[in-house]
Design a protein around this ligand. Structure first.
Ligand code: PMP
Length: 404
C-alpha cells in the first residue's frame, strides 16, 4: 500500500493540547450545563432524608431529577431508582428479579440474553447459573443484531426474564426491542433492556415499548460518572434489593442519595430531551464526513455493521492487516479511540461481542470503534480521518521498510 496522499489543506495544522476525543462509547464528556448543575447542588449541604429546610432542598433536587429522568424515557417518577451506574442497575435486575421470583414461588428458571450483552449483564447471569437458573445466550448475526429466530426459539413458558440491550457499546448496532417484547410477552416473560448507550441519544418510551426494566448510565449521556438509574415498571415484579440499610428509595436501593450527581443526571436528561434530534444529526454528519475522508485515503476499511441501524455518530471499523490495539496506541497522542479487547493477566483477549458475531480472533483484533459526540467538530472528523489513515498505512508497511 502506498504512502497516503493527502490534500495539504486537510493536514492537522494547529497544535493541540489534547487528543481529539472519539472514545465516546467508553464515556462522554460532561456537558457544561451538567457541571454547573452539580456545582450548584453541591454549594449547600443537605441530606435528602433530613427533617429541615436544607434536607427539603436536597429532597426537592432529587425529586426534580427523578422527574427529568422519568420524562426522558416515558416513565413515572416512582418507577425510577437511582443507582451508581448501569453496572449496578443491570445487577439489580438480573439478581434481584431472580431472587424475587424464587421468594414469590414463581417456578420459571430460564433467563434469555443476547451474547453481545455487556459484562455487567453476562456476569450476574453466570452467577445465577450456580443458583439453579438456566441461562441461554442468543447469538447475534455478523452485523451485530440479535438473531430473532434464535430468540423466538429460546423463549418459552419457563422463561422468567429476557435481557437484550438497546444499542451495543462496541458496534453501535440497535437491537429490535419492540419485537423482543412481543415475543416475551406471549409467554409472560419479563423484559429488561440495558439502554446505557441508547438513552439520551435516541428516543425510547418504556410504555410504548412495553419494557419492564431498563438500565441507564449518566456518563454515557454527557452526565457524571458514578450515577445511573434503573426503570422498574409499576406492573413488573419488584426485584429484591442487593444491599440493606436505611430506607432510602423505598429500600430497593438504600444509601444516602448523592444529591449533586443526581442533579447532574437530571440536567443531562433534560438537555438530551431538548436536543436529541440536533445531536443525532450532528453525529451522523461527522460520521459521514469521517468515513468519506477515511475511505478516500484508505479505501479498504470495512464498516462491520454494514447496513444495520446504529446509534448516530458511531462507527465500528475492520482494517485487514493491522492489530487495532497497536493503532489505538500509536495515535493516542492525537486521537483517543478504543477496541473492545480485554486484558486479563497480561494477555489480550478479543472482544466477546465481536467473537460472538462470528469473527475469528485475528479479524476481531483488527476491529476498533469510535463515536462522534455532541462536542466533536467537523474539523475533528477530518483531522482524525487523516491521522488514522496515516497510522493504518504505517502499520501495514512490511517490516524492514522503516520510515526515514
Ligand atoms: N452497559 C453498557 C452497554 C455499557 O456500555 C456500559 C459502560 N461501558 C455499562 C453497561 C456499564 O455502565 P456503568 O459504567 O455506568 O456502570
Amino acid at each position: 500500500m502506498g504512502e497516503v496522499m493527502m490534500d495539504k489543506s486537510l493536514r492537522p495544522t494547529a497544535p493541540r493540547n489534547e487528543p481529539i476525543y472519539l472514545d465516546n462509547f467508553s464515556t462522554t464528556p460532561i456537558a457544561p450545563e451538567v457541571a454547573k448543575a452539580i456545582v450548584d447542588a453541591w454549594s449547600l449541604p443537605g441530606n435528602a432524608s433530613s427533617p429541615h429546610t436544607m434536607g427539603a432542598r436536597a429532597e426537592a433536587i432529587v425529586a426534580e431529577a427523578r422527574r427529568d429522568v422519568a420524562d426522558l424515557i416515558g416513565a413515572a417518577p416512582n418507577e425510577i431508582v437511582f443507582t451508581s451506574g448501569a453496572t449496578e442497575a443491570n445487577n439489580l435486575i438480573l439478581l434481584g428479579v431472580a431472587q424475587a421470583a424464587v421468594e414469590a414461588g414463581i417456578n420459571k428458571r430460564k433467563i434469555v440474553l443476547s451474547s453481545i450483552e455487556h459484562k455487567s449483564v453476562l456476569a450476574p447471569a453466570a452467577t445465577l447459573e450456580g443458583r439453579g437458573f438456566e441461562v441461554i445466550l442468543v447469538p447475534a448475526n455478523d452485523t451485530g443484531v440479535i438473531d430473532m429466530r434464535a430468540l423466538a426459539a429460546a423463549v418459552d413458558d419457563q422463561t422468567l426474564l429476557v435481557s437484550v440491550m438497546g444499542a451495543n457499546n462496541e458496534t453501535g448496532a440497535l437491537q429490535p426491542i419492540k419485537e423482543i417484547v412481543a415475543i416475551a410477552s406471549k409467554v409472560g416473560a419479563y423484559v429488561h433492556s440495558d439502554c446505557a448507550q441508547l438513552v439520551g441519544k435516541l428516543p425510547i418510551d418504556v410504555l410504548d415499548c412495553g419494557i419492564d426494566y431498563l438500565s441507564l448510565s449518566g456518563h454515557k449521556m454527557y452526565g457524571p460518572m458514578g450515577i445511573g438509574a434503573v426503570f422498574i415498571s409499576a406492573s413488573a415484579l419488584m426485584p429484591k434489593a442487593l444491599a440493606f440499610g436505611g430506607g432510602q428509595q423505598t429500600g430497593i436501593r438504600p444509601g444516602t442519595e448523592p444529591v449533586p450527581i443526581i442533579a447532574g443526571l437530571g440536567m443531562a436528561a433534560r438537555l438530551a430531551a431538548s436536543r436529541m434530534d440536533l445531536d443525532a444529526a450532528h453525529g451522523t454528519l461527522l460520521r459521514n464526513t469521517f468515513l468519506g475522508e477515511l475511505t478516500r485515503l484508505n479505501s479498504d476499511v470495512e464498516i462491520i455493521t454494514q447496513n444495520s441501524e446504529t446509534l448516530p455518530g458511531t462507527v465500528c471499523l475492520k482494517v485487514d492487516g493491522i492489530i487495532a490495539d497497536d493503532l489505538v496506541e500509536i495515535i493516542q497522542r492525537d486521537v483517543s479511540i478504543s477496541t473492545g479487547s480485554a486484558c486479563n493477566s497480561g494477555q489480550v483477549f478479543p472482544s466477546h461481542v465481536l467473537m460472538s458475531m462470528g469473527f475469528s480472533q485475528v479479524i476481531a483484533k483488527s476491529i476498533f470503534r469510535l463515536y462522534f459526540s455532541r462536542y466533536n467538530s467537523k474539523q475533528d472528523a477530518i483531522e482524525s480521518a487523516f491521522i488514522l489513515a496515516r497510522a493504518i498505512d504505517h502499520l501495514r508497511r512490511p517490516t524492514g521498510q522503516a520510515r526515514q
